[in-house]
Design a binder for this molecule. Structure first.
Ligand code: 0RA
Length: 653
């Protein structure tokens, strides 16, 4: 709060421009961690994207250079080189040395409330060791260099090494910016290829037809650079198709709607598939709004209104039928929603929720008009009936699920007995310390019951494979006995009723064998949690237990080995005359062994399950659970997105 008061635009000017940025980098780029570091690239790329969005540029090349610098090159008009009438310096120099310089940056309306977008190229310059810019424009090539220098013990960021220089001729036009982030400012200056490639791919989807290249020239021991090219002539329609890969679309092409209302530009692409969940990705001015907001509300209400209306007009919905609700139309929906507007207000915990009320009406209006137009053609009649059909199916299930939930609730109230003989609960009532082990197989479950510390560890043995959550509707999932036992034991509800406050076990540990079947069980349980208890995963409550694969032993020597790569080392430590025991399954271990290796918080190693990227996770689940058995098998054996280690808390025991 105080920050905002003491630093308004005027004050920043008084504070000698770029030095203010170095004094308080967090105010301009949010953090000096990896996120802030990558914002430098987004900032420069955004400028090139703007040039492209205005129709002057169709190609952007981002290069990660061996010296740690990054180049962003575009084939736009080139930054203007003329001398500013009052400042008496070139426009290029203005752009890189004056905070909020340039038409776009003077317009406060563009400022992202988190302060992370549109803050300007000058911020990047201020936080770099050096920055060079090459401009090709009007048949000439120009260049300019800036450096962060220390004079009389004072460091100044982004100081011009000289004026903009004409260095030769040019045939084409464009701008190339190269900068080296200052390692005295950032916690790390190592750029992450994945982060950058994902964001550039997203930008290529959102800005159709623009070719975005990413070249990683840092090599890291490789003999040639890694190059990726993204170019999507179908734009957000291609984005929807991409997300629906591996799923069965109910109609061949995404429906694309575009329009503008009250100064809000709206683009939407939608396509339904035969899954039972939805996948809506929304953006404002190319910035992801992962918490949703008014534009998403407008999409849902627009779809609901126009589709009910069309269904009645076409006599697909009869007079006696009730209207379908928004959630019915969302079942199986994959959608990308992009709005462009001024005065953007972000809300929510992570400032990724659009707050502007006018966005709702604009999106709703555009969607209603657009879909009405789309379905006015005879050719699209079948698509309409397919969508209504899917929604009616969802409505039926909604009713069935309501009933099924009631049954589950009643059962819970009446009948703790439904868990007797399955769940071995723990005696402790401190839920934060409590752990629920979901154990593959009855015999391993029995061993775990013997091995555990019953003060905080509960055991739930699984008899068979719990059913595949993606393939079934929620009512069937709920009626599956294994799944219901898990729901009952966790006590936090399910779906929209899910409430972490009631969670009885703050660690949910899946313990399955290190084989294909075990991998399948893990995937099924994760799918179920992902679909119906997402917060359980996002809040870090789900873990994978790691049983050992081998024991290397000798007289006075014993070492458990958890992966094949660790085996040679253990053998070496054992020396001559060792023996190896290989564990084919959890069931082969004794109580003590299971406790020592897998359950004892002081010795075990758990993998915390996280979901970083909803799109990728959605895809993983689809690959794992969809019809494509080959890619599923391959995925299971190659991947595990379970990458964080458990940080052991000694309070556990
Ligand atoms: C013409 C006029 C203006 C900017 C540009 C071209 C331009 C800027 C950048 C930044 C990266 N690549 C670029 N290519 C062209 C000035 C208009 C304004 O201030 O917004």
């Amino acid at each position: 709060m105080e920050k905002h008061k003491s630093y308004d635009a005027k004050d920043i000017q008084v504070l000698e421009g770029l030095d203010a940025v170095r004094l308080r980098p967090g105010m301009y780029i949010g953090t000096t961690g990896p996120k802030g570091l990558h914002h430098l690239i987004w900032e420069i790329v955004d400028n090139a994207i703007d040039e492209a969005a205005n129709g002057y540029c169709d190609r952007i090349i981002v290069t990660l250079n061996p010296d740690g610098s990054v180049s962003v090159e575009d084939n736009g008009r080139g930054i203007p080189v003329d001398i500013h009438p009052t400042l008496k310096i070139s426009a290029v120099e203005v752009v890189y040395t004056k905070l909020h310089a340039g038409g776009k940056f003077n317009n406060e309306n563009y400022a992202y409330s988190g302060g992370l977008h549109g803050v300007g190229a000058s911020v990047v310059n201020a936080l770099s060791k050096w920055l060079t810019v090459e401009v090709c424009r009007g048949g000439k090539k120009y260049s300019m260099r800036f450096e962060t220098t220390t004079k009389n013990g004072k460091t100044h960021g982004g100081v011009p090494c000289g004026p903009l220089e004409e260095i030769g001729k040019a045939i084409k036009s464009g701008t190339k910016v190269t900068f080296l982030p200052d390692d005295t400012i950032f916690e790390t200056v190592e750029f992450d290829f994945e982060t950058i490639s994902k964001r550039l791919r997203e930008l290529a989807f959102l800005n159709k037809g623009i070719e975005i290249n990413l070249i990683d020239d840092r090599l890291h021991g490789a003999i040639s650079a890694t190059c990726l090219t993204y170019k999507y002539d179908g734009g957000i329609a291609d984005f929807v198709k991409f997300m629906n890969e591996g799923k069965n679309a109910l109609y061949p092409d995404p429906i694309v709607i575009e329009g503008e209302k009250n100064g809000v530009k709206v683009s939407v692409a939608i396509q339904h598939t035969d899954v039972y969940t939805d996948n809506v990705f929304s953006y404002v001015n190319n910035i992801p709004t992962s918490e949703g907001g008014t534009h998403e509300v407008g999409l849902k209400s627009g779809l609901t209104k126009v589709l009910n209306d069309l269904a009645r007009k076409n006599n697909i919905l009869k007079e006696k039928d009730a209207n379908l609700i928004g959630d019915d139309f969302k079942e199986g929906l994959t959608a990308v929603l992009l709005v462009k507007m001024k005065n953007v207000q972000f809300e929510g915990q992570t400032k990724t929720k659009l707050g502007n009320p006018e966005a709702k009406n604009a999106v709703e209006g555009v969607v209603i008009d657009g879909l009405a137009d789309y379905f006015a053609s005879k050719k699209t009649g079948k698509v309409l009936s397919t969508i209504i059909d899917k929604a009616q199916g969802a409505a039926k299930v909604r009713e069935a699920a309501r009933k099924a939930k009631e049954i589950t609730r009643q059962k819970n109230a009446l009948d703790g007995a439904s868990l007797v003989g399955k769940l071995a609960s723990c005696s402790g009532k401190n839920y934060e310390n409590n752990e629920l082990f979901i154990v593959e197989g009855k015999s391993a479950g029995g061993t775990a019951k013997q091995a555990r510390d019953r003060s905080f560890q509960a055991i739930l043995p699984l008899r068979g494979k719990p059913l595949n959550a993606e393939k079934k509707r929620i009512d069937q999932v709920l009626l599956n006995e294994e799944i219901r036992t898990i729901i009952t034991a966790l006590n936090a509800g399910i779906g929209e009723d899910f409430n972490l406050d009631n969670l009885r076990y703050h660690k949910v540990i899946i313990l399955a064998d290190a084989d294909q079947d075990g991998a399948h069980i893990r995937a099924i349980l994760l799918t179920f949690f992902y679909r119906y208890m997402k917060e359980l995963i996002t809040n870090g409550h789900v873990y994978i237990g790691m049983p050992p694969l081998y024991k290397v032993y000798k007289k006075d020597f014993e070492e458990y080995v958890y992966s094949d790569v660790e085996l040679p080392g253990a053998i070496e430590r054992a020396g001559k005359g060792y023996g190896i025991q290989r564990y084919k399954g959890l069931g082969e271990m004794s109580n003590d062994q299971l406790w020592d290796t897998t359950m004892n918080p002081k010795a075990r190693s758990l993998i915390q399950v996280s979901i970083e990227d909803a799109a990728e996770a959605e895809k993983m689940i689809t690959v794992l659970m969809g019809d494509d058995i080959e890619s599923r098998k391959q995925y299971i054996s190659e991947n595990a997105d379970f990458n964080k280690k458990d940080d052991f808390k000694p309070t556990n025991k």
